[in-house]
Design a protein. Structure first.
Lengths: 388, 287
């Protein structure tokens, strides 16, 4: 099957600034693909190059097998939903939606009836005579979507289309967009800086930073196995414990403790052990936590923490408890609690760092007040070792 | 968009009285001369400053006088032609400066506004010299018989009107997101169609505003026109200026009132166009 979009060695320079730095990317037909990264990472430039609004300085860009490198936007089988919608203010919703068809020379009556159908599709029936300024943000967003979809593009490009909507509406639109994409079977390429949006909506996603493509994969792959420190930190919340690779399955943390962490980095590489807050278990000091998420961790592959804390006197700090059943376990003290409604995030202080632990607000969940001595532990499979 | 209503303290007592008086004073300063001008245009006395009873004679003379009529039509012809050409060129330069990057853009930008800054007299002398030399060369080389007149006046007016049109259209363009053109291009519009169906309707109020400005300035201009005019091409303002030197009669008043009315009609028209468009599009704008 031909890829919907095939990017090979694309670089885009604006003067001395390298906006996109030699990236390779293939987006399959019918895929919901998210381009994720902080602002200025090159994701929007990449999207604009697919749209034809920018031309690559170097490299090849194919849409369904056809090289489109310097083809103007009106000659490409793609349409864009712009960040601020870019609706034509002097035209009403119907004329906005029919614009693309009219420009292609579709007969007026056909153009309008198809535009009306698409307006129905995005659930804006009855709004067709309104000017953009008479529509709410969410409605404008739908018009922008309809205006692009009516042309039946082979690839739909969306540049942070939900950025301007409030949370509730955004979540609603996320679901709708996803449904729409599945029903139409068209590839959606979606630019966002919101990692949660990317995780929940996309089939596959790419993480970019400073013009470089850092990792491409399914949301699960990227969340579970971040390719490097930036990805681990950018996607979701995580605790990054600094350390150094000892061997293929051990990392020596900066406080001298050794934990299990599998990696293929060379011995001695400075790395961080990434542990997601929701993967860390919290229990009263010294007790083995009664666990619903019990793992049959054996001491062998449990990430054990060695006795040698740096400053020796391990009183309240990270003391060591070698023979825990369920993985790495260190003792600390609850510093503060953030209440999130559906969960609590505990900041647990150790003498060398703070680890965040997220506990779901289940009935009967024990509350650990600030100042309580606690132990935290995690399963070795819960960590990923990341380098810069 | 809307700012919270300011909680500024309303002035009270004599402060309020003084401020109000100041307001009226300013208006009187603006409009008393105009009122006088209008009143005395109906005065039945050869002396401008003396009221001699009501008459419409001066208006009759204005309509009957071949010279004033000729001057009026000269003015109109020059204004229409120079406006039409400067609107096209001014809009094009505004688009170039606002939407494209090119070598020498900043220089071009600065040079474009020169005619607004240069004193009229300087510009007039420049133009006079230019046309004298230019026409001489053309006549010598091509055997033409170009003389100062319509073409030299129209060209001079175009030269300074372009700047004004460009300024006005640019302001309008700056308020219009470039994403609209990109969206049009993305929706299969060629460059021309994107301009025709998206950019042009958006900047039309600016273009009309620029056109009215250009037309008003052209109709008003005395200094430059006087330098570059030729036989048979006296414009109305130049003619009025000439009348004063020959002794003032209320005919001047009548002519001035007609010019005033024309200007006011143009301004009212432009405001009306703006309003109709705004009601039509119901769009919020930054200016």
């Amino acid at each position: 099957m031909t890829a919907a979009v095939e990017i090979t060695g694309i670089t885009k320079r604006f003067g001395d600034v390298v906006a996109v730095d030699n990236i390779d990317l293939t987006i399959a037909d019918g895929e919901f693909f998210a381009l994720l990264g902080p602002s200025g990472c090159g994701k929007t430039t990449t999207l604009r190059m697919i749209a034809g609004l920018e031309f690559p300085t170097q490299g090849s860009l194919k849409i369904f097998g056809d090289e489109v490198g310097t083809l103007p936007p009106n000659k490409r089988p793609v349409n864009t939903v712009f960040q601020n919608y870019a609706l034509f203010p002097h035209l009403n919703a119907l004329d906005n939606v029919a614009f693309g068809l009219k420009m292609q020379g579709v007969k007026k009556s056909t153009a309008y009836s198809r535009a009306l159908e698409t307006i129905d599709l995005v659930q804006l029936s009855g709004m067709d005579t309104r000017k953009p300024s008479e529509l709410s943000g969410g409605q404008q967003q739908r018009v922008a979507l309809a205006r692009a979809l009516v042309n039946q593009p082979k690839v739909l490009l969306l540049d942070e289309p939900l950025g301007a909507l409030d949370l509730k509406l955004r979540q609603e639109m996320q679901g709708e967009l996803k449904n729409l994409q599945q029903n139409l079977g068209v590839s959606f390429v979606f630019v966002t800086h919101d990692q949660e949006e990317a995780l929940t909506m996309s089939d596959r996603m790419a993480v970019m930073n400073e013009g470089k493509l850092l990792q491409v994969g399914t949301p699960e792959e990227i969340y579970e196995h971040p390719a490097n420190r930036f990805v681990a930190d950018f996607i979701g919340q995580t605790n990054l414990l600094e350390g150094r690779v000892v061997d293929a399955e051990t990392v020596c943390l900066s406080n001298g403790a050794r934990v299990t962490g599998f990696s293929d980095h060379p011995v001695g590489t400075e790395v961080a052990v990434s542990v997601r807050p929701e993967r860390v278990r919290l229990g009263p000091r010294g007790e083995s936590r009664p666990s619903e998420t019990e793992v049959d961790g054996t001491a062998v592959d449990g990430a054990t923490v060695d006795a040698a804390t740096v400053d020796g006197a391990a009183v309240d700090g990270a003391t060591v408890d070698a023979a825990t059943v369920d993985g790495a376990r260190v003792d600390g003290e609850v510093e503060s609690i953030t209440y999130l409604g559906n969960a609590r995030v505990y900041r647990v202080r150790f003498d060398w760092m703070v680890i965040e632990v997220r506990e779901e607000n289940r009935p009967g969940a024990t509350l650990h007040e600030p100042g309580t001595p606690v132990s935290v532990s995690w399963d070795p499979s819960a960590v990923s070792v990341v380098a810069d | 968009m809307s700012r919270p209503t300011s909680s500024a303290v309303e002035p009270r007592g004599w402060t309020k009285g003084l401020l109000r008086a100041n307001g009226w004073l300013v208006y009187a300063f603006f409009y008393a001369p105009i009122l006088l001008l209008v009143i005395f245009s109906f005065s039945d006395s050869r002396n401008v400053g003396v009221w001699g009873g009501f008459t419409l004679d001066w208006y009759e003379e204005f309509v009957d006088s071949r010279q004033t009529q000729a001057a009026l039509w000269n003015s109109v012809k020059i204004a229409v032609v120079s406006t039409a050409i400067s609107v096209v060129l001014g809009t094009m330069s505004a688009l170039a400066l606002e939407r494209f990057k090119f070598r020498g853009k900043q220089v071009f930008d600065a040079l474009l506004y020169l005619p607004i800054i240069i004193p009229d007299v300087t510009m007039a002398v420049m133009m006079l010299l230019f046309f004298a030399e230019f026409f001489e060369v053309l006549n010598a080389v091509f055997g033409t018989e170009l003389r100062k007149g319509f073409s030299s006046i129209a060209l001079s007016h175009i030269a300074f009107s372009i700047s004004f049109v460009s300024v006005v259209v640019r302001a309008r363009l700056a308020g219009m997101s470039g994403h609209l053109e990109e969206a049009a291009r993305d929706l299969y519009a060629s460059r021309w169609k994107a301009f025709r169906f998206v950019t042009f309707p958006q900047i039309l109020p600016g273009i009309l505003g620029g056109a009215l400005l250009a037309m008003t300035i052209s109709l008003d201009d005395v200094v430059i026109t006087q330098f570059v005019t030729g036989p048979g091409w006296t414009t109305l303002p130049v003619y009025v200026f000439g009348l004063i030197r020959r002794g003032v009669t209320p005919l001047i008043n009548a002519v001035s009132v007609v010019m005033l009315m024309a200007s006011m009609t143009l301004v009212a028209l432009s405001l009306l166009v703006e309003r109709v468009r705004n009601v039509g599009t119901n769009q919020r704008r930054g200016f």
